[in-house]
Design a protein around this ligand. Structure first.
Ligand SMILES: Cc1cc2nc3c(=O)[nH]c(=O)nc-3n(C[C@H](O)[C@H](O)[C@H](O)COP(=O)(O)O)c2cc1C
Length: 172
């Protein structure tokens, strides 16, 4: 499959089965995602796997802050995407952009490998209690979670509306 085909075929899976890739199965995807363009090669990101009770802990933190305890249980594996502000000499937004690219790349690679992925955020993404569950350092911020699981046998076929390229690609 070409990169173009993989990108055009990818879509998000709001519902996934309880299957999930193992820690070892994630390795090649993380290595590939790490090739993303990165100003200064700062590698300003890391990923945290939340499985089993770690999802329950996150749910408890959500509930204490007015959210839903069940939300993190929608998939067996949540991958928290963390942006790290490593360098004061480069703007923070550039480093967040790299982390965002990693999240998308992980989504694409997992999708192409047959896994269903849904990137979720919400009001509690930058909440202190939620940060504590992930043991984030002061210079780290969550970019959300990739909810990862099996693609359900009967998932709705997704027809994406075509864009008008000229609205997105032009000269000044
Ligand atoms: C940074 C980011 C955060 C998102 N957060 C949520 C979310 O909290 N809830 C939600 O329903 N969709 C969220 N989405 C959208 C879905 O992940 C998904 O991209 C969207 O439903 C469109 O589906 P598609 O990827 O198949 O085009 C988020 C997307 C991004 C990029």
């Amino acid at each position: 499959m070409s990169a173009l085909q993989a990108v055009m075929r990818r879509h998000s899976y709001p519902q996934v089965t309880a299957d999930a890739p193992t820690h070892e199965q994630l390795h090649p995807f993380v290595e590939a995602a790490a090739t993303i363009a990165d100003h200064g090669s700062l590698k300003p990101w890391r990923l945290i796997e939340l499985r089993g009770d770690d999802r329950v802990k996150l749910g408890k933190a959500f509930a204490k802050e007015g959210g839903s305890a069940d939300k993190p249980l929608r998939a067996s594996l949540l991958i928290a995407v963390v942006a790290i502000h490593r360098s004061k000499s480069k703007p923070e937004w550039e480093q967040e952009v790299v982390a965002s690219g990693v999240a998308y790349m992980m989504s694409l690679l997992l999708d192409e490998a047959g896994w269903g992925v849904f990137w979720r955020t919400g009001d509690l993404t930058r909440n202190k209690r939620v940060a504590k569950v992930h043991k984030l350092a002061k210079n780290e911020k969550l970019m959300g979670w990739l909810y990862v699981g099996g693609k359900p046998a009967k998932s709705k076929s997704q027809s994406r509306p075509k864009i008008t390229v000229s609205q997105h690609l032009s000269t000044p």
